[in-house]
Design a protein around this ligand. Structure first.
Ligand code: HEM
Length: 138
């Protein structure tokens, strides 16, 4: 498995662990209320599991298994950029409502996530091809 896929998938698993833990706390809190402030973790739960886990796992596995150009995976830089943008975006968008940071930071986090998707698409687009094709044209 390539290095970037290992980073994507390990980060995804960390997000899964943290996201599920928060989910479990919130679920428990519904039956046995602990403190109302616990609901502040809710946006982080959603962000970690929807984007930090699901989307990140997809990118990690996609980078690994999409068709290659002989042994090369093409231009890897946009895929690395996607990794950093996605993780920065997830934590920024997840933590800013929890810490009551200015709403512009939530928007920035979401824009970073969107930019991560765009960067990954730039990397993956030429790799969406039949096996053996050069990747140029359709
Ligand atoms: C991939 C897995 C998961 C994803 C993508 C996910 C995503 C979400 C989303 C989007 C919501 C908001 C739903 C809404 O407002 O209508 C939510 C709510 C919630 N989730 Fe998760 N979740 C996941 C797993 C879990 C797990 C494993 C637990 C518990 C152990 C959990 C506990 C909760 C709780 C307690 C709520 C609040 C429900 C309420 O509105 O009262 N989630 N989750």
């Amino acid at each position: 498995m390539p290095r970037l896929s290992r980073w994507f998938i390990r980060a995804a698993l960390v997000n899964l662990a943290v996201g599920f833990t928060i989910g479990g706390l919130l679920l428990g809190h519904k039956a046995f209320p602990v403190h109302p402030l616990l609901w502040r973790l809710f946006p982080l739960h959603i962000e970690l599991l929807l984007f930090g886990w699901t989307l990140q796992l997809i990118m990690g596995v996609g980078f690994w298994i999409f068709p290659r150009f002989w042994r090369s995976r093409g231009n890897e830089r946009p895929a690395w950029l996607a990794f950093f943008l996605l993780n920065a975006g997830v934590w920024l968008a997840g933590l800013s409502p929890m810490l009551s940071l200015p709403p512009v930071l939530l928007t920035t986090g979401r824009l970073l996530e969107l930019a991560a998707v765009a960067a990954f698409a730039v990397h993956a687009w030429p790799r969406i091809k039949p096996p053996g094709a050069s990747g140029r044209g359709f």
